[in-house]
Design a protein around this ligand. Structure first.
Ligand SMILES: [Zn+2]
Ligand SMILES: [Zn+2]
Length: 230
């Protein structure tokens, strides 16, 4: 399995979830679980500076993390400028460290992490999750799409199919645009001669005054929904 050798105390800080970025001068296209190996040598400067525990174990594989991404602009306090920021998530320290010799780069060790007693499962269908994104979100991709669709349906449940169709046309025609006030839109009337102010619960058009809802409001809700989902 892919393994990365890192000096203590950083190894232990990563596996306790305190350090979420590893800085490297190089990158890899690999994404997924990596074993974290504590080098035989310790970063004495860090220990002298009072970081971490001077008795942190060395020469052992201590656990597994997920390499989610590699970027150059992480805003983590651990990210160093001019380096590749290896974004690490979901640290799982092993109950028993496994002795191993380190190596440079991302190396392959024959250690397999102990079976995860609680595999991450989808919160909707309980299927096992494998992708780092799904694990982070708690739902599989298909279920996320269904949850979004259901939420959108709820957001516009008060409207007739005709109103929803007209709302979609209004959005497609750029007939509803945001104003400087958050959540408030300007909608153009169907003949193009008038504009109304619209937000998720009210609109200044005549239709909304009579029936308390109009297709402008449906369009505003759809736009708000799309923003939240983005
Ligand atoms: Zn699911
Ligand atoms: Zn309206």
């Amino acid at each position: 399995m892919k393994t990365l050798t890192i000096r203590q105390p950083w190894t232990s800080l990563i596996l306790s979830g305190q350090k979420d970025v590893e800085n490297r001068s190089w990158k890899t296209s690999y994404r997924g679980p990596i074993l974290i190996h504590a080098a035989a040598a310790t970063d004495r400067d860090a220990i002298k500076a009072g970081i971490g525990n001077p008795d942190s174990p060395t020469g052992v594989i201590l656990g597994v993390v997920t390499l989610v991404d590699i970027v150059t602009d992480s805003d983590s306090p651990w990210a160093e400028e001019g380096q590749f920021h290896w974004i690490l998530a979901d640290p799982k320290p092993f109950a028993e460290p496994i002795p191993a010799r380190g190596a440079l780069g991302l190396w392959n060790s024959d250690v397999e992490p102990p079976a995860d007693p609680e595999p991450a499962r989808c919160g909707r269908c309980a299927r096992k999750l494998t992708s780092a994104t799904s694990i982070a979100k708690g739902y599989g991709r298909g279920c996320r799409a269904r949850i979004r669709a259901a939420a959108l349906a709820r957001a516009v449940a008060d409207f007739t199919p005709q109103q929803i169709t007209r709302a979609l046309e209004l959005i497609a025609d750029n007939g509803i645009v945001p104003t400087a006030r958050p959540g408030v839109f300007r909608s153009v009337s169907s003949d193009g001669t008038t504009t109304y102010l619209t937000h998720h619960a009210m609109c200044t058009c005549a239709g909304a005054r009579h029936r308390s809802r109009c297709y402008h409001i449906a369009a505003a809700r759809m736009i708000n929904f799309a923003r939240k989902a983005a």
